[in-house]
Design a protein around this ligand. Structure first.
Ligand SMILES: [Zn+2]
Length: 366
């Protein structure tokens, strides 16, 4: 698991080409620089409202917290991710025994492109559980996956073990990742998967309050633990009585993503129908109700009521997209890379959040 956390951080730091060539060597835990964070982001794609630093647990956002942090069980934050989380309350199989939902986590990334090419040849539609920080880095890849008919689902902003994060920050994790997707492809996923499957009743209640449906898996391909025989493993799963499988693969690194096409072929050869999660579970893929009460304004973000602001927010601050820090970060989990932040911009962000607090308080009085 430590390897996995380090690898995820490496993905945020290294160029896509370097990752594809040698994904296992970049494990130095240093924070992404603003320059590297913005290098692959089209300036016109994302609003100037600050996003958290990439791969860093966001600070609480007052407006989102006021709406969603209610009635959450008072279960302590874990010091480390659960070794054996209980998944009985969450989706792990397709309704129909003949369906198989092929899912890929942790992208979008450069290796996703070759996978999309192969899926297109086969006219196969899968589900991508994407990380918000990767969406900021690779918006064009997300757009392509969506436009080619694949389902997009949530996998947090910075890939933490969620049971190790404070409730307010878990809300921000989900909302910032949802917002990155909304600003890129115009929809908001209904389904989410917690990194490492790390979930307890507190995290489950938070995700329910957000209106999200949790999807775990019936079978982990093992690709993130360096398995190289995913197709053979899937072929074995097709033998015997059929159950509605939801399988876990990854598309962050080439050694993982490159196994996807043969694995899909094994599923089809075994007599299964490959489906997206929405068909697998019988629900809509997207749901915009999470934004109810918030103005999803490209320049001001989803949680600011401009009528209550006495002066414009610092939207024109010349900070690079995706590289603005979140002040007061605490509790980054083992799957999270702590960013160094940008102290020069911190005061501006603090003032901005204070304005947001005032706006929320004013709205509450009306
Ligand atoms: Zn993951």
């Amino acid at each position: 698991m430590l390897f996995r956390a380090a690898s995820l951080l490496a993905a945020a730091l290294a160029s896509p080409l370097a990752l594809a060539q040698n994904p296992s060597t970049s494990t130095t835990a240093t924070a992404p620089s603003p320059a590297s964070a913005s290098s692959t982001t089209a300036a016109s794609t994302f609003s100037p409202l600050p996003y958290p630093a990439l791969d860093t647990l966001p600070a609480a956002v007052p407006g989102w917290d006021a709406k969603f942090n209610k009635g959450i069980p008072n279960i302590p934050v874990n010091a480390a991710q659960l070794p054996t989380p209980v998944w009985t309350k969450y989706q792990r199989q397709c309704i129909s025994p003949g369906n198989w939902a092929v899912t890929f986590d942790d992208g979008p990334s450069d290796p996703t492109l070759a996978l999309l090419d192969e899926l297109k040849k086969r006219n196969i539609k899968v589900t991508f559980f994407v990380v918000g920080s990767r969406v900021i880095q690779n918006p064009a890849i997300l757009k392509r996956a969506f436009s080619e008919g694949h389902q997009i689902a949530l996998h947090t902003w910075s890939h933490p073990a969620l049971t190790t994060g404070p409730t307010s920050q878990i809300i921000a994790e989900m909302m910032f990742s949802a917002r990155a997707i909304k600003e890129t492809i115009g929809v908001t996923p209904k389904y989410m998967r917690p990194p490492y499957g790390d979930i307890d009743d507190r995290v489950g209640a938070i995700l329910q309050a957000l209106g999200l449906t949790v999807v775990i898996w019936s079978y982990d391909s093992g690709d993130s633990a360096n398995a190289t025989d995913v197709a053979a493993r899937f072929a074995n799963l097709t033998v015997g009585p059929k159950v509605g499988q939801i399988t876990l693969e990854h598309d962050l690194f080439a050694p993982e993503a490159s196994q996807g096409p043969a694995a899909v072929d094994a599923v089809v050869a075994g007599g299964y129908k490959v489906v997206r999660i929405d068909e697998c579970l019988g629900g809509a893929a997207y749901d915009e109700s999470i934004w109810s009460g918030f103005a999803l304004d490209g320049s001001l973000g989803p949680f600011v009521n401009t009528a209550n602001l006495s002066q414009p927010p610092p939207a024109a601050a010349p900070a690079p997209a995706g590289a603005v820090p979140s002040p007061g970060l605490t509790g980054a989990g083992p799957g999270t890379a702590k960013g160094a932040g940008n102290d020069a911009a911190g005061t501006t962000v603090s003032a901005f959040l204070a304005l947001v607090s005032l706006a929320v308080a004013a709205a509450a009085m009306l």
